[in-house]
Design a protein around this ligand. Structure first.
Ligand SMILES: Cc1cc2nc3c(=O)[nH]c(=O)nc-3n(C[C@H](O)[C@H](O)[C@H](O)COP(=O)(O)O)c2cc1C
Length: 199
């Protein structure tokens, strides 16, 4: 296909996705119909062996305080001398962005030859599909990780078993304030060509 025919819709979509941190995501978030479109987008990710090694947990408004307590408990696990204001800051991280989901990947189901790295790649594709669908619907989005994801308190709250990993959170909402677009790397910064010729 000639380059001029590459659908500009897709390249515009790819270029318009950028991280908008949760503190800059306000209401409204996706409604029920939009949420379904975003969740369905994940199903189009490549998935070696169709293991479905990933899943998403939606954290509804009514459960945000439970997540906030898990965040502050996670901080206490790491630092028993954490100050009340630090614990409060950790708690409040759970209250940002109108839609919050957590990505979980597991490393056991199905063919053991399909290792964790492949499973995480599949999860990353699913996440990107969701981010692009959210962008197409006009929402801002962010991925966030952090030490709490490995904490006993958070793993307990989400009832993760020993084969499950909490990878990151997805926050979605209406952009309150965006930063200028980030300069993207050129492909020659991340692509080489295999060559068997000696130098
Ligand atoms: C798995 C994952 C976890 C991330 N966690 C954080 C985070 O905790 N805090 C943060 O500011 N950004 C986080 N990011 C977002 C990156 O920092 C962001 O994608 C990067 O700055 C590039 O910006 P862009 O998304 O606008 O291209 C995470 C990204 C990924 C893929």
């Amino acid at each position: 296909m000639p380059i001029s025919e590459i659908p500009s819709l897709l390249s515009n979509l790819l270029q318009s996705r950028q991280t908008i941190l949760p503190k800059r995501l306000g209401s409204p978030g996706p409604d029920a119909e939009q949420l379904l479109l975003i969740l369905d987008a994940a199903a189009h990710a490549p998935d070696h062996g169709q293991l479905l090694p990933w899943r998403f947990v939606v954290i509804p408004d009514g459960e945000r305080s439970a997540l906030g307590r898990a965040f502050s408990d996670a901080l206490l696990e790491r630092d028993s001398s954490a100050l009340p204001e630090q614990l409060q800051q950790a708690y409040e991280k759970a209250l940002r962005a109108p839609l919050l989901l957590m990505l979980v990947v597991e490393d056991q189901r199905g063919d053991a030859e399909i290792g964790l790295l492949e499973r995480v790649v599949s999860a990353g594709c699913a996440v990107q599909n969701m981010l692009l669908m959210a962008t197409a619907l006009g929402f801002g989005s962010a991925l966030t990780s952090g030490k709490a994801l490995k904490s006993t308190s958070l793993r307990g709250l989400f009832r993760l078993n020993t084969h499950e990993y909490a990878i990151c959170f997805l926050s979605l909402g209406t952009v309150q304030r965006a930063k200028p677009a980030r300069v993207r790397p050129e492909s020659d910064q991340y692509v080489t060509y295999l060559s068997t010729e000696s130098e």
